[in-house]
Design a protein around this ligand. Structure first.
Ligand code: NAD
Length: 243
């Protein structure tokens, strides 16, 4: 890794996380790939290394603080942290259980908190943290636990931005709209079409669209930007169509 800046990306085995890894190595970072699903993670990291990209990988859950701390202890420092790992499901309010709520909050909010708290211990010269929230933090049909968790991610972003600003650690969030990944494909075809129809652009975005926004906040030249929520959502957050 030598003189490269070091970026940690969670949920790096596929989707938006993997696109972000590719973008950040292209931008000159050494990237530490983290995911709880070992096989896709290992395959993706091996393919990137075979193409001479500067990456390493760790299979762990962001909710496992000892595993997160052990991973971070192997790094000389962290310059950029991308908290991208999250879970999602679609389901009616009546069918939602307390366990659904707890599990989603545990991963999407507490997991993000754990990795951030451990990472800032090795950001002696400041850094940039990017939390991947969702446009859904504003509203959406049939995923109340996810909406709650992503509103929590936005709140955590703002709280961290205030508390860490004097240490030169900038904390921002991306609020993606519909992006074509396994998370999007986990919804029924009917539900996918229903959601695309509500987009002002009438299209679904690609993981690279989100990686582009993350790369902006990860850039050292964004050192004066903190506490911001950037919607990359085909305009849906403007509220000009029905929710
Ligand atoms: N795809 C969309 O339409 C969309 C829209 C808005 C926001 N987002 C957000 O973007 C981010 C990435 O989503 P995606 O679409 O690429 O999803 P995805 O399901 O394709 O990938 C998520 C990755 O996170 C990993 N992960 C899940 N829980 C983990 C844990 N506890 N520890 C470590 N890794 C874990 C999974 O193994 C997976 O590799 C998420 O935060 C998601 O909420 C996605």
């Amino acid at each position: 890794m030598n003189d490269k800046e070091i970026a940690v990306v969670t949920g790096a085995g596929q989707g938006i996380g993997l696109a972000t890894v590719k973008r950040l190595v292209a931008d000159g970072f050494h990237v530490v790939m983290v995911d709880r699903n070992p096989e896709p993670l290992g395959n993706a990291a091996a393919a990137l290394r075979a193409a001479s990209n500067s990456v390493e990988h760790f299979a762990l859950s962001i909710t496992d603080r000892p595993a997160v701390a052990a991973m971070i202890a192997t790094l000389p420092r962290i310059d950029v942290l991308v908290n991208n790992a999250a879970i999602f499901w679609d389901g009616t309010f009546d069918a939602t259980t307390e366990d659904d709520y707890k599990q989603m909050y545990e991963v999407n909010v507490i997991g993000t908190f754990i990795v951030s708290q451990e990472a800032v211990k090795v950001m002696p010269r400041g850094g940039r943290i990017i939390n991947v929230a969702s446009r859904a933090y504003l509203a959406g049909y049939a995923h109340a636990p996810y909406i709650t968790s992503k509103a929590g991610t936005v709140g955590l972003t703002r709280g961290m931005a205030i508390d860490l600003a004097e240490r030169g650690i900038m904390v921002n969030a991306i609020a993606p709209g519909l992006i074509e990944t396994d998370m999007f494909r986990s919804m029924s075809a009917e539900r996918q079409q229903e959601m695309i129809a509500k987009q002002p652009t009438k299209m679904v975005g690609q993981p690279e669209d989100i990686a582009n926004g993350i790369a902006f906040f990860a850039d050292p030249r964004s050192r004066n930007v903190t506490g911001q929520i950037l919607a990359l959502d085909g305009g849906r957050s403007m509220g000009i169509t029905v929710w």
